[in-house]
Design a binder for this molecule. Structure first.
Ligand SMILES: [Zn+2]
Length: 438
C-alpha cells in the first residue's frame, strides 16, 4: 500500500509486495491501543494461529515461520465493529422509490460492493440491522463466510419487525401500489403476530431480531417521535428471541418508544433521538446500549439540501440531528452504555469511520470512543471472539499510520489518538482473520 515506509529488518513484507488476500503469521505493531487496559503499548507483536490470535507479546517476540506484517509505523486497534449497518441497501435520493426500482439481484450485488467498502473502512464485524428485501443480508453473510466475497463478519437481523404502515415499511406510495411481499416479511400487528414474525425470521437464518418501535426519519407518513408498538408487543419479541438465545435491537427515536423498548428488555436502543432524561436513566439502570448514528445527519443535511430531498424528509432530518447529539451527551452523563453504530446505507457505504471522531467531539474520551467500536460493541453483540486482540479471538485489526515521510508530515501517536480524525485520513491496513483485507 502507498504510504508504508517502515522497514525494520525483522519483518518480511514490503510495500511493493503487499496484496489483499495475503495471509500472515504475525504483525509487528509500532503501538497497540489496548482497549481492555486503556493503555497504548509501544512495540507489540501480535502472533497469529491461523485466523486467531495466539499471543500478544512485547517487543520483537519470536514468530512462527511465515510472513510477518510490518505495522511498525502504525498504531493498531482491534478490528472495528459497526453495530448498525444495512449492507444490502443504499438510499441514494432520500426516497424509498430507489428500493422499488431494484431487483433482489441488484440488492445482492450492491451488498457485495458495500461489504468490500465496509471492510476497507476498517470494520471487520458488523451488526446488520434489517434489510428491506428480507434475508438479502443473510445471503451476503453466508457468501462472506464461504469466502465467495470479501467483507466483514456479519450478525444479521434478516427483516424488520414493524407494524402496518410503520417505520420499517416501504412507505410513501399511493394505497393501491403493491409493495413486494419480501419487503413486508416482518409486518406484525399484535403480540401473536410479533411472536410468529420472530419465529419465521429466526428460521430463515437471522442472528438477532430488529423491532421498529417508533416511526422513522426516512419513511414518509411515519413520525419518528411516535411509538408504534405496545410494550407487550416488544416484550413478546424479546421473550421469543430469548427462546432462540438471541436478543432484540429496537429502532426508537421518541422518548415513549425508547421507554417501552427498554422496559421490555431490548439489548439496544437504535437512534435515541428524542430521549428524555427519564428514558436515559432507565437505559442506564437496565444496562441497555445506546447505538446512535450521530454522524449520518451531517451527510444527510448536506446531500439532501444539494439534491432537493422532500421537504417533509428534510424537516425530520433537521429536527432529529441536533436533538440526537444532545441526547448522546446526556446519555454519557447518565452512564448509558454506548455502542458504535452508523446506519450505513442512509449515507454511502464505506464512510462509517467518520463517526469515530464524532464520538470524541460529543464528549467521549478517544479511548472510550475506540471501546464503543471494539470491546463494548462485542459485548453488545454477545460475541467474545471479536473486539479485543487477545489469545483465542479472531486476528482482526486495523492499522493507522503514525508517521510518514511521504508527504513530509511527522506526527506522534498521541496526535493520532487525540481526536481520532486521523482514523479517517490515515488508515493504512485492515486485517481479518490474519488475512490482509486492505
Ligand atoms: Zn438503520
Amino acid at each position: 500500500m502507498v504510504g508504508v515506509v517502515w522497514q525494520a529488518p525483522s519483518v518480511t513484507n514490503s510495500a511493493a509486495r503487499l496484496v489483499a488476500g495475503d495471509s500472515f503469521v504475525a504483525a509487528r505493531c509500532g503501538w497497540l491501543a489496548d482497549v481492555v487496559t486503556g493503555e497504548v503499548r509501544p512495540d507489540v507483536t501480535v502472533v497469529f494461529d491461523g485466523d486467531r490470535v495466539a499471543d500478544v507479546a512485547a517487543g520483537d517476540a519470536p514468530t512462527p515461520d511465515g510472513a510477518v506484517l510490518d505495522l511498525t509505523g502504525c498504531v493498531v486497534t482491534p478490528g472495528l465493529i459497526d453495530l448498525h449497518t444495512h449492507l444490502t441497501g443504499e438510499v441514494e435520493s432520500g426516497s424509498y422509490g430507489d428500493i422499488l426500482m431494484e431487483s433482489e439481484a441488484d440488492a445482492a450485488l450492491l451488498g457485495v460492493r458495500n461489504a468490500r467498502r465496509t471492510i476497507d473502512a476498517g470494520f471487520t464485524t458488523v451488526r446488520d440491522v434489517g434489510a428491506f428485501r428480507a434475508f438479502s443480508d443473510v445471503s451476503l453473510r453466508n457468501a462472506i463466510n464461504k469466502g465467495w466475497v470479501t467483507g466483514p463478519r456479519m450478525h444479521c437481523a434478516g427483516a424488520y419487525i414493524t407494524c402496518s404502515g410503520g417505520g420499517g415499511e416501504v412507505t410513501g406510495f399511493s394505497a393501491d401500489v403493491c409493495v413486494p411481499d419480501a419487503m413486508r416479511f416482518g409486518v406484525a400487528d399484535s403480540v401473536d403476530e410479533v411472536r410468529r414474525a420472530v419465529r419465521l425470521i429466526k428460521s430463515h437464518g437471522a442472528d438477532l431480531i430488529k423491532v421498529i418501535a417508533t416511526g422513522a426519519v426516512l419513511a414518509p407518513g411515519t413520525n419518528p417521535g411516535a411509538p408504534e408498538f405496545t410494550e407487550d408487543e416488544i416484550k413478546a419479541a424479546v421473550d421469543e428471541a430469548s427462546n432462540y438465545g438471541t436478543f432484540v435491537a429496537a429502532h426508537a427515536h421518541g422518548a415513549e418508544g425508547i421507554k417501552r423498548a427498554t422496559r421490555a428488555g431490548v439489548r439496544s436502543v437504535e437512534h435515541g433521538s428524542f430521549a428524555d432524561d427519564e428514558a436515559l436513566a432507565l437505559m442506564a439502570e437496565r444496562g441497555t446500549y445506546l447505538v446512535a448514528d450521530v454522524w449520518a445527519g451531517d451527510w444527510m443535511e448536506e446531500e439532501g439540501t444539494k439534491s432537493n430531498w422532500a421537504a417533509d424528509t428534510m424537516k425530520k432530518i433537521v429536527d432529529s440531528t441536533e436533538t440526537q447529539r444532545d441526547a448522546f451527551r446526556r446519555a454519557l452523563a447518565h452512564g448509558v452504555k454506548i455502542g458504535f453504530g452508523t446506519d450505513s446505507g442512509i449515507y454511502p457505504h464505506g464512510m462509517n469511520i467518520h463517526q469515530l471522531p464524532k464520538h470524541v467531539e460529543l464528549g467521549m474520551s478517544p479511548m472510550a470512543a475506540l471501546r464503543s467500536a471494539t470491546l463494548w460493541a462485542s459485548e453488545c453483540l454477545g460475541n467474545d471472539e471479536v473486539g479485543v486482540l487477545e489469545p483465542g479471538r479472531f486476528a482482526d485489526l486495523t492499522a493507522v499510520e503514525v508517521s510518514s515521510d511521504i508527504d513530509g508530515r511527522s506526527t506522534s501517536v498521541d496526535e493520532v489518538l487525540g481526536d481520532l480524525s486521523r482514523f479517517v485520513t490515515d488508515m493504512r491496513h485492515v486485517v481479518k482473520g490474519g488475512v490482509l483485507a486492505r
